[in-house]
Ligand binder design. Structure first.
Ligand code: ADP
Ligand code: MG
Length: 301
């Protein structure tokens, strides 16, 4: 069994009037079956309203299925007796770092999670130090979170989850409110947690560029899984992605159009650099790689 297993997961938001009569039903997640192995880096893509957040909230027992089931590390989320264990094993990061940070000092904030779990004080400090170092935020341990950039705050929030030693971290659009540098910092941190610490990462995003390092990508639309595969498999279907209102990277689109016009290029080009490399190899211009790379990267990224 994987670390996360959903079977036919369905969730309906029910709107009621003041008397409690049902006014409307929104089926936000509609029959999602997904199996995620421990140690995987998974990306869940989808445009606004496709059901990503509703899905994510099930993995942390914030919401319970209307139909179907969710197992986290073998535990059924719909059994309240499992909620505590599930929240320790599967940590959650949200869009807005300001809503996730409560401490006045960075290291205090990171310590709250393990403290709530009843970890002994000595060990809390060891965990806080480790977590801050892993997230490259150790030098800020005595700072006030208020003065940090968005990307730094988000990394403090992630450190807070890491200090609880979860097996899995679900990040729901963690970069949506960040500038490009902050976005890079957070994605790099997520990759390092997965690569170095072996933490299972489920990254929810609507930015296509953030999924290129994932082991597997699920694309959601109207509450269902509309596409799934490796990033390369997903990127080789740009027309379908556009129909799902996702912005495909320029380099991917350009490669796709060139290929359609007869150029011999591989499927699913992921970045400007990769496109440049493939074109250079094919045109025998290896010597001028740097020159081409610069010119094309400026254009394609
Ligand atoms: P995403 O995270 O992909 O933007 P959501 O899971 O937030 O998608 O939303 C999926 C659908 O559920 C949307 O149609 C949205 O309007 C609806 N929805 C989300 N939250 C609520 C809520 N609290 N009450 C009613 N409907 C909701
Ligand atoms: Mg959302």
């Amino acid at each position: 069994m994987g670390i996360v297993e959903t079977k036919n997961l369905t969730y309906e938001y029910i709107r009621r009037d003041e008397e409690g009569n049902v006014e409307g039903i929104t089926r936000a997640v509609d029959g999602v079956t997904m199996s995620i192995e421990e140690g995987d880096f998974i990306a869940v893509l989808g445009s606004n309203g496709s059901g990503k957040s509703t899905f994510a909230k099930h993995l942390n027992a914030i919401l319970y299925p209307t139909e179907g089931s969710v197992f986290v590390d073998g535990k059924d989320t719909s059994d309240p007796a499992n909620t505590w264990d599930i929240r320790q094993r599967a940590g959650m990061i949200f869009q807005n770092p300001d809503n996730q940070i409560i401490g006045n000092v960075v290291e205090e904030d990171v310590g709250f999670g393990p403290e709530n779990m009843g970890v002994p004080t000595d060990e809390i400090w060891v965990r806080v130090e480790e977590a801050l170092k892993t997230l490259n935020m150790y030098e800020f341990r005595k700072h006030s979170p208020n003065k940090l950039s968005g990307g730094q705050k988000q990394r403090v929030a992630i450190a807070g989850v890491v200090a609880m030693h979860p097996k899995c971290i679900i990040m729901d659009e963690p970069t949506a409110m960040l500038d490009p540098l902050g976005r890079r910092e957070v994605i790099r941190a997520a990759r390092a947690l997965n690569d170095v610490e072996g933490v299972t990462i489920i990254l929810i995003t609507h930015y296509m560029e953030e999924v290129i390092y994932a082991d597997k990508v699920f694309v959601m639309d109207k509450g269902r899984v509309a596409m799934q595969g490796s990033p390369r498999e997903i990127f080789s279907r740009p027309e379908e992605l556009k129909k799902l209102r996702l912005t495909v990277p320029q380099a991917t689109l350009l490669a796709y159009e060139l290929k359609k016009r007869g150029l011999d290029l591989p499927d699913g080009i992921l970045s400007g650099d990769e496109l440049v490399r493939e074109i250079c190899i094919r045109s025998g211009k290896n010597m001028e790689l740097e020159k081409y790379k610069k010119a094309l990267s400026e254009f394609a990224n």
